[in-house]
Design a protein. Sequence first.
Length: 72
Amino acid sequence: MRRVEELRSLSPEERRKRIQELRLEIIRLRGLFKAGRPPDNVMALRNARKELARLLTIEREEQLKRERGSRR
């Protein structure tokens, strides 16, 4: 799991790519749990969900910043 400063330093394209990767990873991990075979690192799902939430928050902040800038 990356720190917020590291996530903010990523380019917008890198952030979008990481969001897609995390969504796929979450789907895969959920499938493992449903099949009754949790991964070795049971915290992986929680960590992936947290990192995804952080990235989506950063994306939303950037979007709001752009919208506010265009109004002035």
